[in-house]
Ligand binder design. Sequence first.
Ligand code: HXC
Length: 285
Amino acid sequence: MALLCRSTALLLKHSKLLPSALAATRQYSSGGQYQYIVVDKKGEKKNVGFIQLNRPKALNALCDGLMLEVGEALDTFEADSEVGAIVITGSEKAFAAGADIKEMQNRTFQECYGGNFLAHWNRVSTVKKPVIAAVNGFALGGGCEFAMMCDIIYAGEKAQFGQPEILLGTIPGAGGTQRLTRAVGKSLAMEMVLTGDRISAQEAKQSGLVSKVFPADQLVSEAIKCGEKIAGNSKLVSAMAKEAVNAAEGNRLEKRLFHATFATEDRKEGMTAFVEKRKAAFQDK
Ligand code: HXC
């Protein structure tokens, strides 16, 4: 019921733009199930939140309803004190083939600008807990941008990344021009954004867009292993580290957050454990 209320409030906020999302919310009320995603907790200690995009007929095209559900799941994991990291994946064929072109086809400039279209996508980048994208298959347009909103990207060997918006007469609108440029450098980002050409998992690894490449069938378990490693550290200090890495402002903020770790018991425990040659027992305090 709580989910229904939160989701309904969100929908009311976006109601002009999101007719299809209403259907998704009705699903919560009837079955308590998500329509477009599968949500679980993974890892030996069930401390890794897990979201699988599950709209196979549309290659996980990111319709409004799907992105609202992702936001709901992230809210739930953020509030769950057991969860220390989150893994988001799609299917072997597609992480996500982009924002939903059929939904966007008839949208007007007035609707997009006036309704702040896609504002709800930002939840992926604002969640405090570290998020790992496990990308098999296509990560195109908004799908590539979604992966780049995550903190770490692992790719399956057959993954393909691209920003083909130019071929649709538009441009990336969810951070693609900014995050891709920071990840791979200006020349390759420009080439991808201006031609719509895709890069392979191997090229994505070489250029720094992804940190590791695995055989497709091992990708998700490797991402969960990474999530477990992260979840074993202080959640409080992980959130600070994430904020510092993501900060556009750079060094000043890093220093401020570094200093702030000294206000935590976990920092004291971590350094004390090192000196005492034992494993730290973090309390998230
Ligand atoms: C809506 C999509 C879709 C999308 C695929 N589908 N991508 N529906 N939005 N982004 C649907 C197809 O219409 C089709 O449904 C079904 O998924 C299978 O797709 P096919 O094209 O038949 O599959 P295939 O031949 O294997 O080709 C796969 C593909 C191609 C190369 C990924 O589907 C493709 O080029 N998709 C569009 C990729 C793209 O341009 N992405 C950027 C979107 S714009 P039906 O029912 O018709 O058979 C964007 C803007 C971001 O993301 C801005 C801010 C977020």
